[in-house]
Design a protein around this ligand. Sequence first.
Ligand code: PMP
Length: 428
Amino acid sequence: MTKTNINIFEQLESEVRSYIRSFPTVFTKAKGYKMWDEDGKEYVDFFSGAGALNYGHNDPKMKEKLVEYIMNDGITHSLDMGTTAKAEFLTTFNDVILKPRNLDYKVMFPGPTGTNTVESALKLARKVTGRTDIISFTNGFHGMTIGSLSVTGNSFKRKGAGIPLHNVVTMPYDSFVNDGLDTLEYLERFLDDKGSGVAIPAAMILETVQGEGGINAASFEWLQRIEEICKRWGILLIVDDVQAGVGRTGTFFSFEKAGIKPDIVCMSKSIGGFGLPLAITLIRPELDIWEPGEHNGTFRGNNHAFITATASLSYWKDSEFENNIEKGSKKIFNFLEKIVADYPEIQGEARGRGYMVGIMSEVEGLSPKVASEAFKRGLIIETSGPNDEVFKLFPPLTIDDEGLDRGLAILEESVKAVVIGSKEPVTS
Ligand code: PMP
């Protein structure tokens, strides 16, 4: 077989490409937590498609169901018509996920991406309340279309809109200013005082752990108080669980342990189970005031994704999967704290919750160097935060001890290489 010329991407694909710049190779195959490139080099995947592959690559049960469905000429495309695949997904999601958690939501299918569910949530919140503004939070990330960009913090991404982004007020996320400042007292003061210049918004939108914004985890108490504030002022609470959901932080929904019940929940990435595009917007039934067709879209009924999404929910039929995530996350977090303690040169801080964790380094440019050393050694990780100051660990939730140990060992070697490299005298 002739080898792919990697320059093809540079020649034929837009400059906008990003991940290939961090992982400069051509991948051919993947299974579970492993990926292989054309040279046959094996990689441990601690990236998981930015949270779209929580169950790893090519899960055998999902694959079997999908192949069987295709071979039987099951419906592939159907807009939002009725199909057996969709009915099974809706019923299983209700029985396995919503009912046991005492949650009552109608399921809306926006387009298949994260930004599609966010746009639908913002639109519905404005329609329901008749208000225009949204409160978003510092370092929040919600997607690349105009509405989602307007509630996203990152200035580089915002600038890409090319137009002013209106009708949004940004408030400080938990611990944004410093650990001592009560950011919610500050927020409430703005809602309370008619001279604040801040109108009562239609909704607040937040991530419980900020994925792109630097793996900042809001405390459960902060989330509970946000819910209280929203209730007091008649503001809708939108939780964007696109990245933190589907088990990433340890429970199916990232907000479960905080004991809150958002009015609207946005999900995408791993909801399809297999890495196939699918998004859902969960809506408290009383808020479901859409007119038929008012928020339409051609690709809202991805039946292949319904098949794999339904199969993926078998992981949640009992508590074994969650218990395993809890065990694994303790191990990962202990490891990260040990790295921070053993390598004081990196001026690090372990962050996150569940399998959504990382180390923030105060040393400028250190985290991207760790990610690049890791890639050379066969570990795929990405960076996060406004200055890429965090190296982020996102192993598949299905990873076994052997895979986890292997990835963590490569990570330690990579940190060591960067620390030693920074101490070597510069020779001319
Ligand atoms: N919300 C969050 C929290 C995300 O992390 C992302 C993607 N990283 C999005 C929305 C947007 O998802 P998509 O890229 O599928 O549009």
